[in-house]
Design a protein around this ligand. Sequence first.
Ligand SMILES: *[C@@H]1O[C@H](CO)[C@@H](O)[C@H](O)[C@H]1NC(C)=O
Length: 299
Amino acid sequence: MVGFLGTFLIIATITTIAKSASITTFNKAFKPLYGDSNIVAYEDEGSVEIAMDESTSSGFHSKKMYNNGYFETSLKLPNSYTAGVVVTFYSSNNQKYPYRHDEIDLEFLGRPRGGRWSLQTNFYGNGHVERGREERYDLWFDPAEDFHRYAIRWGPDMITYYVDGIPIRHVTKVPSMRDEFPSKEMRLYGTIWNGSDWATNGGKYKMDMSYGPFVAKYSGFVMNGCAFNETGAARDCGEGGPEIRGLTREERVRMNGFRRKWMTYSYCYDKKRYPVALPECVFNSKELRHLHKIHPKTF
Ligand SMILES: *[C@@H]1O[C@H](CO)[C@@H](O)[C@H](O)[C@H]1NC(C)=O
């Protein structure tokens, strides 16, 4: 097992180095959304810090909207007691389509005392927020200790979420999902906010501002998407365009290895919530066995 994990980490490092070509800066691709006084951009690094203190939370969004693409950031989370704190990198169009919005989420849920940050992935299509598709994972490193790369690859019929180049979740659209797969142009967002109601152990542990201000730092943005154009002109997918592709055999092996070790929740196996699994769910007995060990009542 140690050998496997070692190999895993070396491959992740090599991927990090190979990927640096298409990095853009915060100021080029993004602008503040709210809590401007708590947003500090470092132009020379292309990075940004967003903070939450007594006065405000904060967030930014991409200047452009995109139809599909590969979106990545390197992120370092606040390193203190952070129960209740939520840090995000996600895509949404809720401002443009308030009642039928699409969304693809990477959300970090703050850590309780002695615990760890949890990563949650989710997506919504066309305003169907009544059907969440959450998964949660522990990570094999402390995301508050250093920068790590997190990415979303979104195509017309697939979504892949990545941590340090390793796919951790791959969704393939199936026809019976109807409009519950994200299909309209979206912006990318980064935010930090108070999620005390639900974020840490379902809201059991609240945010404690005496450990604040909470600061998240984003850098290494890769915004390799098809920029949306209101005039309906041909898709502007930039140089070479985003690589919309499925998983290689090797990536699938690594993803499965990650999931049966680090996944802590998946809606696909939550029988109380979805007595009939949602149509895109692909049953994997090793994942089920792993989740059952963690929470036999739920899985
Ligand atoms: C955080 O949210 C919780 C729940 O909504 C609320 O009770 C609490 O006052 C908030 N804390 C701060 C500092 O805003």
